[in-house]
Design a protein around this ligand. Structure first.
Ligand code: ADP
Length: 195
């Protein structure tokens, strides 16, 4: 099935984990802007160095850079039969840019999945992850800043997509399997109801 999804939720809600599980079962690529930035940073190329100067502080990479990167990624052949965007769009201007990309490609968005988690649970998860992975943006001060930015810039998108009738909300607290099951059920109910 060709399905085009956006995954939104605060840092620490488990978006990356759920994106992977859902995309495996739907056979679509998971496109994570944060992951693409980390891959470039690991390669040490120009985009990576630029991105890291923002990501390491928990700031958003400038829209112009991110929008161009997503435009190029969505034009790749593996995205032709659907995809899930994880971490994009992240502010209202990026929503406008994505609307333009969809119009240019002649495609439509199916749904926006919001995975919710309260701030304390999210911070605890991220601090736990910091000791396992080596992400430069997983220090407590940077985590708090990322969460503040989420509330200020990304949360308004939830209302916006809700008004467009595209929003599916799922509680992100629970085991990986519990949340994956909630996502699976909520998405298929939404798509079935839409017909
Ligand atoms: P998290 O959701 O836990 O913050 P991500 O991997 O989605 O982690 O993002 C890591 C960082 O990458 C962000 O803090 C930000 O600096 C940058 N980034 C990711 N997506 C975007 C985006 N759409 N616009 C701007 N910056 C982004």
């Amino acid at each position: 099935m060709s399905v085009r999804l956006i995954l939104v939720g605060p840092p620490g809600a488990g978006k990356g984990t759920q994106a992977k599980l859902l995309c495996d079962s739907l056979a679509i690529p998971a496109i994570s802007t944060g992951e693409i930035f980390r891959a470039h940073a690991a390669a040490g190329d120009e985009l990576g160095q630029l991105a890291e100067s923002y990501t390491s502080k928990g700031e958003l990479v400038p829209d112009e850079v991110t929008n161009r990167m997503v435009t190029e990624r969505l034009a790749e052949s593996d995205a032709a039969n659907g995809f899930l965007l994880d971490g994009y769009p992240r502010n209202p201007d990026q929503v406008g840019a994505l609307d333009g990309i969809f119009a240019d490609l002649g495609i439509e968005l199916d749904a926006v999945l919001e995975i919710g988690a309260d701030d304390d649970a999210a911070i605890q998860r991220l601090l736990g992850r910091a000791s396992e992975q080596n992400r430069k943006d997983d220090t407590e001060a940077v985590i708090r800043h990322r969460i503040d930015l989420y509330h200020a810039q990304t949360e308004p998108l939830i209302k916006l997509y809700g008004e467009r009738g595209k929003l599916i909300q799922v509680d992100g607290i629970g085991t990986i399997e519990e949340v994956a099951e909630r996502v699976r059920v909520a998405l298929s109910e939404f798509l079935d109801a839409r017909g």
